[in-house]
Design a binder for this molecule. Structure first.
Ligand SMILES: Cc1cc2nc3c(=O)[nH]c(=O)nc-3n(C[C@H](O)[C@H](O)[C@H](O)COP(=O)(O)OP(=O)(O)OC[C@H]3O[C@@H](n4cnc5c(N)ncnc54)[C@H](O)[C@@H]3O)c2cc1C
Length: 379
């Protein structure tokens, strides 16, 4: 009998795993199950091109229509796996359907953090449905308040401002992106908010919402006692891994080795949900980066095929915000000082360890330097 690989989660990691299996000659059944109703798509475009209106939802597909069928990948959409059972090798859907597997790949990604009891008009952004709902609310002259000056918050603010929306971003930390980029780079980003005319309130946490007629949001109440009036709000307060019941879960995602194998035989994990061992760092990390999700999906496909092809490239992500193409290479922990070159709309920040060695680097509108930095870090 042909073996079956069941992939839970039809996002980038799951899709890349499925297509790599086929490209590498896997002749078993490949079933790709996705809770969302649309075929795998480019999630990064949600806060950028889809929100600013330069791309339609139809243009976001990872592969052309027909690709999945051509590749004999059984794409089951609008279906959620409620539970997996590693002993019987079954996965059970929300409506009680049983899907047996020989290899199980958990590629369930992450979900946007939210808050209880949100008034109407407050959005989060993780899925295409979220992005379309938010897009429909952004009109010139409306006031948008964004909670969190992280990557999603900065991108949403930028896209909304380009549509003529009056945007204010609220951030509890003293500078944007402080936790990821550090204070020095955060100051450069804060300056960029000012240059681009996007409102930024620092050192201000969210205490609650003011509700207007019909319970709709009319303002953010801040921890310093002030208020920001708004017609629409977005929570950009991070994401957390989605682990189905029965999955081998650790505190920060599903622990795997560098090939995506979990502690359970025949069970793998990749993408935003996985906390993957990085030989070069000597420990596991969970990242939410497009390139890692794609590479881990491919590494898992190889592992299913019995090939040892660990993924250990330096982490890399990009973000488009405030007129900057930000590129970040490396895993920014353990740095003790930074070297900054440039400012405004073109700068680089090098994060150095105690021994002066490069740990990570941030490039703003300096795409030509990215390959050099990656080589330096890989070495
Ligand atoms: C708005 C936005 C912008 C981004 N921009 C960038 C960027 O500029 N650069 C960058 O490097 N990264 C960016 N990212 C991060 C990048 O998109 C993710 O790292 C990548 O999509 C992760 O892929 P994944 O397949 O692991 O997870 P996901 O893309 O989250 O896919 C997981 C899928 O699994 C489904 N699922 C979950 N549980 C179940 C279940 N039980 N049953 C069935 N299906 C299930 C989910 O519905 C989802 O469709 C961005 C993310 C967002 C949200």
């Amino acid at each position: 009998m042909r073996p079956t690989t069941l992939i839970v989660g039809a996002g980038l990691a799951g899709a890349r795993c499925a297509e790599t299996l086929r490209a590498e000659g896997y002749d078993g059944r490949v079933i790709l199950v996705g809770e969302e109703r649309c075929p795998p798509y480019e999630r990064p475009a949600l806060s950028k091109q889809l929100l600013n209106g330069t791309k339609s939802s139809e243009a976001l597909g990872l592969r052309p229509d027909g690709f999945w069928q051509e590749q004999e990948i059984e794409l089951l959409l609008g279906m959620r796996i409620a539970r997996v059972d590693a002993r019987s090798r079954n996965a059970i859907t929300d409506d009680g359907r049983i899907l047996p597997w020989d290899s199980l790949v958990l590629a369930t990604g992450a979900r946007a953090r939210t808050l209880p009891d949100l008034p109407a008009g407050v959005h989060v952004l993780r899925t295409l449905d979220h992005a379309l709902a938010l897009r429909a609310e952004l009109r010139p002259g409306r006031r948008l308040a964004v909670v969190g000056a992280g990557f999603i918050g900065g991108e949403v603010a930028t896209s909304a401002a380009s549509l003529g929306v009056d945007v204010t971003v609220v951030e509890a930390a003293p500078v944007p992106l402080e936790r990821v980029l550090g204070c020095e780079a955060g100051l450069l980003i804060a300056e960029r908010y000012r240059e681009q005319g996007v409102g930024l309130r620092l050192n201000a946490g969210l205490a609650g919402f003011r509700r207007g007629p019909g319970g709709r949001v009319r303002g953010l109440l801040l921890t310093d006692g002030s208020e920001i009036g708004c017609d629409v709000a977005v929570l950009g307060i991070g994401a957390e891994p989605v682990t189905p019941v029965g999955a081998p879960a650790g505190a920060g995602g599903i622990p795997t080795d560098a090939c995506g194998r979990t502690a359970l035989p025949g069970v793998y994990a990749c993408g935003d949900v996985a906390s993957t061992f990085r030989p070069s760092l000597g420990r596991r990390i969970r990242v939410e980066h497009w390139t890692s999700a794609a590479a881990q999906g491919a590494a898992v496909a190889h592992a299913v095929l019995g090939r040892e092809e660990p993924h250990d490239d330096p982490p890399f992500f990009w973000s488009d915000q405030l007129g900057l193409r930000l590129q970040y290479v490396g895993h920014g922990e353990g740095w003790t000082r930074v070297e900054i070159d440039g400012s405004g709309d073109s700068f680089s920040v090098r994060y150095l360890g105690e021994d002066g060695a490069l740990v990570a680097a941030l490039l703003a509108n300096r795409p030509a330097e990215a390959a050099t930095v990656r080589r330096e870090l890989a070495a």
